[in-house]
Design a protein around this ligand. Structure first.
Ligand code: SF4
Length: 373
């Protein structure tokens, strides 16, 4: 069923690219750039943001934007929400809401805990809502004229894009979600020579991203990105150590205490859904003393998502994921900006459109509610 569905999305994308009356915008998740080259014979974990952007331009997308930009927006929204919950007395611990499979798991199995989820949409959906509103304005177009595509590391992003509530732009925010493997297939099908592509930048302004947005692709990355910005929001001081190694790692559930001014911020990171049940039970029983918990469904976060290039039978999975993880952190280190709130395009969108994090318009476009399904 998923395969048929994916073909359906791919056919729609091909039709939209062929239709000169459609204005097409594409975004790519952080995990795609550290894996797609594997489909063209490269070593595991080869980092290729420039070739990825070039391939998407060659396919004919009118704007090649990046999910790392809305990931930076997520940090502004989710980080502000967390600070409010901690300082003003909201529901704690707060769970991240970036992974739609995790969100669905909680809705189905622990609906009584849904107020613990951050109300911020995932970066994919934030991107979609922004492209059909602010992005449309930048182009002098209307949202109805934009066809919005996302390239994601898993098929659950297709499911998320089809949730009926995900149309706060006034239209379906993301029209089609395809996987990393789907994109590789499309590149081959359209006769594009990956090896011959010259590197290109993502388009501006909505393709300008930070290292914080990039590390969303690995387990602990959303937490680390949130701490980089949250620390500075709360203390007004630069964070002493940008690389928050305390939240890195691959254990299924790990906790740490981060000093944020006078506050001891107690955080947890869960990777792999099998590890989340004891955590949810402890939250239910009131025996888990944490402020903020990141949850990702896949074993090492999105770098190991089910839509990523398949690993050969004899490939050591841990080594493969470690290579993609290392490429993600290498990309973080090489970027000009590494904190979401320092991204000039983030400052601009809040000045020109979103006003401030958690504003009325930000709530309308970028936040959601959860239901018992
Ligand atoms: Fe998809 Fe896995 Fe990432 Fe969740 S953790 S968004 S299921 S790739």
């Amino acid at each position: 069923l998923f395969a048929a569905h994916a073909v359906c999305h791919l056919n729609e994308v091909k039709a939209a690219l062929a239709d000169k009356n459609r204005f097409t915008i594409v975004q790519c998740a952080p995990a795609v750039r550290v894996a797609i080259a594997e489909e063209f014979g490269a070593e595991l974990g080869t980092l290729t943001p420039g070739k990825l952007s070039a391939a998407l331009h060659a396919l004919g997308f009118d704007r090649v934007y990046d999910t790392n930009f809305p990931a930076d927006v997520t940090i502004m929204e989710e980080g502000t929400e967390l600070v409010k919950r901690v300082t003003e007395g909201g529901v704690l611990p707060m769970f991240t809401s970036c992974c739609p499979a995790w969100v669905k798991f909680l809705e189905d199995n622990y609906p009584e805990l849904k107020d613990h989820l951050s109300s911020a949409k995932s970066p994919q959906q934030i991107g979609g809502a922004i492209f059909k509103t602010y992005g449309a304005q930048l182009e002098g177009r209307e949202g109805k004229d934009i066809y919005s595509v996302s390239v994601m590391p898993c098929t659950c992003k297709e499911f998320e894009s089809e949730r009926p509530e995900m149309k706060d732009s006034g239209f379906r925010d993301v029209d089609a979600a395809i996987t990393t493997r789907d994109l590789a297939w499309l590149i081959k099908d359209m006769g594009i020579d990956w090896e011959a592509l010259d590197e290109q930048e993502f388009d501006q302004p909505l393709g300008l991203y930070t290292g914080a947005g990039t590390i969303f692709g690995v387990t602990g990355g959303v937490m680390e990105a949130a701490i980089r910005t949250g620390y500075e929001l709360v203390t007004g001081q630069p964070i002493p150590d940008l690389e928050v190694t305390a939240v890195r790692g691959t254990e299924g559930f790990r906790t740490s205490v981060i000093k944020v001014g006078d506050l001891d911020l107690k955080v947890g990171v869960v990777t792999g859904l099998k590890n989340v049940v004891p955590v949810l039970e402890a939250v239910k029983n009131g025996t888990l003393d944490l402020h903020f918990i990141e949850v990702m469904t896949c074993p090492e976060g999105c770098v190991s998502g089910g839509g990523q290039p398949k690993l050969l039978m004899d490939t050591d999975r841990e080594e493969a994921y470690a290579a993609r993880r290392a490429a993600t952190f290498a990309h973080d280190r090489e970027l000009a900006y590494r904190k979401s709130h320092e991204n000039p395009a983030i400052k601009k969108i809040y000045e020109e459109f979103l006003e401030e994090p958690n504003s009325h318009i930000a709530h309308h476009l970028l936040h959601t509610t959860y239901c018992n399904k």
